[in-house]
Design a protein around this ligand. Sequence first.
Ligand SMILES: Nc1ncnc2c1ncn2[C@@H]1O[C@H](COP(=O)(O)OP(=O)(O)OP(=O)(O)O)[C@@H](O)[C@H]1O
Ligand SMILES: [Mg+2]
Length: 236
Amino acid sequence: MITLQGVSKQYYMGEVVINALDYVNLSIERGEFISIMGPSGSGKSTLLNILGVLDLPTEGSYFLEGVDITHLDDRELARIRNRHFGFIFQSYNLFPELNALENVMVPLTYAGRPKSERIKRAKELLDMVAMSHRLKHFPNQLSGGEQQRVAIARALANNPTLLLADEPTGNLASDQSDEIMELLCDLNHKGTTIVIVTHDPHISSFGKRLVRLQDGKIVSDTPVEEQVDAERRSGA
Ligand SMILES: Nc1ncnc2c1ncn2[C@@H]1O[C@H](COP(=O)(O)OP(=O)(O)OP(=O)(O)O)[C@@H](O)[C@H]1O
Ligand SMILES: [Mg+2]
């Protein structure tokens, strides 16, 4: 689905060059659930932003379904972003002046669907993340875990090819973060491809594949042997 080939990202700070990513090769197949770990500053968010086409590499190629997208213009990139990617952030990033239902309707509005259909679809999405009982609540009237569930519903609104999450449980207590991770596992079983950045080894073990970054380089890329989810399903 996605292949990064020799992807580097440099930031220029006056005279200083920062190699945030240094010749990264990475392929992602449909249905995968990948955790990205690494020390602070190792390039995790940079990699996630490039995967989600929020940012472009300085060097290297990004193939999406076989097409190198690094030469496309901003409009085409925006279209690809809206069509293929859903984002979840540590700070939820909900619109504070919109209630839960309205937040989930935002991406559907961009997609130009009629209002009745948008409401119906947003309700289905909120039902999927067990938030049907809080449709009219504003973000400041919801718990952190509830806000993140709304954010996940919003990220799924346009059926993204890939769901990207940067420290999605970073602000949550452990019981709430497990709930969020179980929700992501569930979505992955239903077919959503997921890439998540985390500092937490417990969180990373919900994934099926673990990529470790250090100094902008991939230093390991292995299957997760003791998947939390697999343990649970086998009744352990
Ligand atoms: N816009 C920018 N301008 C200059 N340098 C940047 C910029 N964004 C990131 N960097 C630098 O690039 C490197 C990688 O940053 P990145 O945010 O990807 O790290 P990270 O692994 O996500 O860290 P953390 O775990 O702290 O979130 C860091 O050294 C950072 O200081
Ligand atoms: Mg980061």
